[in-house]
Design a protein around this ligand. Structure first.
Ligand code: LLP
Length: 420
């Protein structure tokens, strides 16, 4: 089983995709997200293979994790489908070359305007509520649909990302599922499948199996009512190791047990998965420069140029991201440090209480596992422009997102004439 990904070192400097992280930081500036193309392809193939050896499988990349167009191109080339949650994600994926039939839209609290736009683009809609179904029936009555149900099973790395528990804001509550499918049939929809997502970043197989049991029961009940489904979509949520000694979830166990249940207990022929984190997380490191070092008596601070504007996960979820000093890779650690950013809040941190080699101004800190919900959740807080993204492959680097400029922060603002 795999543990947290480690990186190669050349002359004491961490490298990624055959490139020195120090050279990358120098050439593209910091902070910068650096994405390793080969690793994305490898992750995609791993998860596809794990399931497709047992059953016809479609991997719908949950693009909310990372919507960079170049990364989407890689996954388009690999043959992935897409899980999109907004019209913005749908259009971004179309721009990246996905055809509408490869995209499934799973919105929550969706407006009529957005439903109409998605429907007109010919994208399958995974309906989240009875109201959404009734509204879609007015807009596109014969649309291809499935339903997101609330399985009553939740899992995740933080309470903020558990989505499947009873009473959650997502999905059709269990006691309304059968009547909702029956209504959808009467309305004339092309009903294709059933979907649930228990949450994100869970580390154990059991909740997935519990959720699949719930879906299987519904599939069989629907069959008795003459509603035959083509697919089960088990959502995303497969966790990855963020800590050095942590094991990866056993994908083979997950795949064999889930597909076994489906094959033994239903006539369903297709399984859909929506991994986001699994595909992109460990393919990306965030490089950030040390701007300042401070001994505050009780704590020592390494002050970097990336804060929660660039990577919000530690501040928002208390998430652990492994950090290292990329230009002192493998060097002996001297002390414990708080790795913090340039945002004017005490909650602005990247890593808490870490042993590191003696840090100095100008060092490059690498933050691991930054590919999922890293850039995509970054913000302009404190009027800091969004940072660059770079794609590395086989010793070459391409800029895949220019860093924003300060001038661009003003581009949509209007000062009324009377204030001039
Ligand atoms: N499918 C649906 C319907 C989802 O809502 C999500 C994630 C996924 C798939 C993909 O989940 P994944 O495989 O990436 O765990 N910002 C949080 C994660 C929020 C996930 C939201 N939904 C984080 O930084 O951990």
């Amino acid at each position: 089983m795999n543990m947290m990904r480690d990186f190669e070192s050349k002359d004491g400097i961490m490298s990624i995709g055959g490139m020195s992280t120090v050279d990358l930081a120098e050439r593209f500036g910091t902070p910068v997200y650096v994405c390793d193309e080969a690793r994305i392809r490898e992750n995609y193939r791993n998860i596809y293979k794990a399931f497709s050896r047992y059953m016809n499988t479609k991997i719908h990349y949950a693009c909310k994790a990372n919507t960079n167009l170049a990364i989407l191109r890689i996954l388009e080339q690999e043959g992935a489908g897409i899980d999109a949650v907004s019209i913005g994600e749908v259009k971004t994926c179309l721009k990246a070359g996905f055809t509408p039939d490869r995209i499934m839209y799973t919105g929550v609290n969706v407006s009529d305007k957005e439903l109409k736009e998605v429907a007109e683009l010919g994208v399958m809609i995974n309906i989240d509520s009875v109201s959404e179904m009734e509204r879609l029936a007015e807009i596109s009555p014969q649309h291809e649909i499935s339903f997101r149900i609330t399985p009553g099973v939740g899992s995740g790395h933080s309470a903020k990302v558990i989505t499947g528990s009873k009473g959650a804001k997502f999905g059709i509550p269990l006691d309304e599922v059968i009547s909702t499918y029956a209504r959808a049939k009467d309305l004339g929809f092309k009903i294709k499948g059933i979907h649930a997502h228990i949450g994100s970043g869970g580390q154990s197989v059991e909740p997935f199996l519990d959720m699949i049991q719930v879906l299987i029961e519904i599939v069989n009940e629907l069959k008795e009512l003459g509603i035959d489904l083509e697919f089960i979509d088990m959502g995303g949520g497969i966790g990855v190791p963020y800590k050095p000694q942590e094991d990866e979830m056993d994908l083979n166990e997950l795949a064999s047990e889930i597909t076994d249940l489906i094959e033994q207990e239903t006539d369903i022929k297709t399984l859909i998965l929506e991994p986001g984190r699994y595909i992109v997380c460990d393919a990306v490191v965030l490089l950030t420069r040390v701007n300042d070092v401070k001994d505050a008596g009780t704590k020592k601070y390494v002050g970097c140029d990336a804060g929660f504007n660039t990577l919000i996960r530690p501040a928002f979820y208390d998430s652990f991201h492994y950090v290292t000093i990329a230009n002192k890779f493998g060097k002996a650690c001297t002390d414990r440090f708080e790795v913090v950013g340039p945002i004017c809040e005490s909650g602005d941190y990247l890593a808490h209480d870490r042993v590191l080699p003696e840090p100095q101004v100008g060092d490059i800190v690498a933050v691991y596992n930054a590919g999922a919900y890293g850039f995509s959740m970054s913000s302009n807080y404190n009027s800091r422009p969004l940072c660059a993204e770079v794609l590395v492959n086989d010793g070459k680097a391409d800029l895949i997102r220019e860093p924003e400029t300060i001038e661009e922060l003003w581009r949509h603002q209007i000062i009324p004439q009377r204030l001039m």
